[in-house]
Design a protein around this ligand. Structure first.
Ligand code: AHR
Length: 492
């Protein structure tokens, strides 16, 4: 028999607002994430606008990316902003010591990033250098970006931008426990207080400061940072990557078997516990939830694609990634009262990317399509769901086969997102609706074999299609989810 789930959608008891920023992105100076992936330069044969590839810009615009985090990652704590402003032909050429040891010509600097963010309609989240930069350098960068007048504003104008930029988010370093300086939390908390003191923006403007957060289950990091420094920041990060194997042998991005698929999904579910437990630590020091828990790096991390520079973290993206994206988004929406930004790693050509490019070619990944399908969840109001799911298991990996979330969009319509993680069996979802009257249901589905992916030869192998497996009658909605599928429904 087809496994059967039951679901109650409680539209009569709306929850928190799902901040659109939980659909944000991360773009680091890493591999071809920026150079080639976003920036090809104004003289490139690849069609571009002021140096930004037109195809990538159009795809990102369609995704309504809320926020982009830049320039790192590990790169941020070695980045010196002055090297990336002024005439491009005289900017210093450095070695990107973290990522592949390649040269970094600084062609993409502050102006290029801010221009890019404006082009795609995203807000800027700039990460400062706490690792090997000074508080003065950081303060001057913020002044350069935001000041209406003064020597640094004049320099900005001379470099092509008269108007100050908006700087809604500023990161106080990245992974200070690791590549950002190998610090103990006590020291990181003290440095966070010190650096934060000098990050000042003009009267009448606001920049939310995000502290460098914990590595996965390091709850003590959050404890110490919240206890000793939370008055000096508005958000704190947490980083968690879904890695199927150990770091030394993570597993391939394609060509994996079902055991590896189930293992990867089972590992991604740790996100729920992480948010709950870091959130509980934060509640002790911030019961009113002023401070945002920003999951500012998340996603899958596999062995690099064969034949690529291992320091470039280039990996294909399959239906497995699409399902993982949906599972994580469903988790984030459950904690919308505390999680107000997340940044998937990374936007183009790196890790769990939205977009892959090769020369002038571009493909949209299954993960891209999931983000597109969830667009109506941006700034929607979360609706609690009660789900009784059958189990999916493979060897020792056991998990609910159905994952769900619901929300009322800014257009007033109720949306239901359902994922069937079981790659072998369909699942029925008998849904009871409370607090919503609808007479019609429509939707989209993304489905395929677990290893299905889009290549440059077959760019549309995995793409959303109209979904006809749902029917509504009064307060009852019946849905049949095919194996390995992500479905988003709209009730009308
Ligand atoms: O996203 C790749 C790297 O992962 C980032 O630079 C770093 O912050 C994390 O360890």
């Amino acid at each position: 028999a087809t496994p059967a789930a039951t679901l109650t959608v409680r539209a009569d008891t709306p929850g928190a607002k799902i901040d659109r920023r939980i659909f944000s992105q991360f773009a680091e100076h890493l591999g071809t994430g920026i150079y080639e992936g976003i920036w090809v330069g104004p003289n490139s044969k690849i069609p571009n606008t002021r140096g930004y590839r037109n195809d990538v810009i159009a795809a990102l615009k369609a995704l309504k990316v809320p926020v982009v985090r830049w320039p790192g990652g590990c790169f941020a704590d070695e980045y010196h902003w002055r090297e990336g402003v002024g005439p491009r032909n005289i900017r210093p050429v450095k070695i990107n010591t973290h990522w592949g040891g390649v040269t970094e010509n600084n062609a993409f600097g502050t102006h290029e990033f801010m221009d890019f963010a404006e082009l795609i309609g995203a807000e800027a989240y700039v990460s400062g250098n706490v690792g090997n930069g000074t508080p003065q350098e950081m303060a001057e960068w913020v002044e350069y970006m935001t000041a209406p007048a003064g020597t640094l504003a004049d320099l900005r104008a001379k470099n092509g931008r008269k108007q100050p930029w908006k700087l809604p988010y500023f990161g106080l370093g990245n992974e200070l426990w690791g590549c950002g300086g190998t610090m103990r939390p006590e020291y990181a908390a003290d440095l966070t207080r010190r650096y934060s003191t000098f990050v000042k923006v003009p009267e009448g403007t606001k920049t939310l400061k995000i502290a460098s957060g914990a590595n996965s289950v390091d709850y003590n990091w959050t404890e110490v940072m919240m206890r000793d420094a939370s008055k000096m920041f508005d958000g704190i990060g947490v980083h968690y990557y879904t890695v199927p194997g150990p770091w030394s042998k993570k597993g391939p991005a394609i060509g994996f078997d079902e055991e590896e698929y189930a293992r990867t999904l089972s590992k991604t579910l740790l996100m729920d516990e992480l948010i709950r437990k870091h959130g509980a630590v934060m509640d002790k020091y911030d019961p009113k939830k002023r401070v945002n828990l920003a999951v500012d790096e998340w996603g899958t991390w596999y062995d690099p694609d064969p034949g690529t520079n291992p320091g470039f973290l280039r990996q294909q993206n399959t239906m497995r990634d699409a399902i993982i994206a949906a599972m994580n988004i469903n988790i984030f929406t459950r904690y919308a009262d505390r999680v107000r930004m997340t940044n998937i790693a990374q936007m183009v050509n790196v890790l769990q990317a939205m977009i892959l490019t090769d020369g002038s070619k571009m493909v949209l990944t299954p993960t891209y399509h999931v983000f597109l399908m969830y667009l109506p969840f941006q700034d929607a109001t979360a609706i609690p769901v009660e789900l009784k799911s059958p189990w999916y298991s493979k060897d020792q990996w056991v998990m609910p086969s159905v994952s769900a979330s619901a929300a009322r969009g800014t257009d007033g319509l109720v949306r239901l997102a359902l994922t069937n993680v079981d790659p072998n069996r369909a699942a029925t979802v008998a849904t009871t609706l409370t607090g919503v009257t609808a007479s019609a249901v429509e939707g989209e589905i993304l489905t395929g074999t677990i290893g299905a992916h889009n290549s440059f030869d077959r760019p549309d192998a995995v793409k959303p299609a109209a979904f006809s497996g749902a029917s509504i009658s009064g307060a009852t909605l019946n849905v049949t989810l095919p194996p390995a599928s992500v479905v988003v429904l709209t009730l009308r």
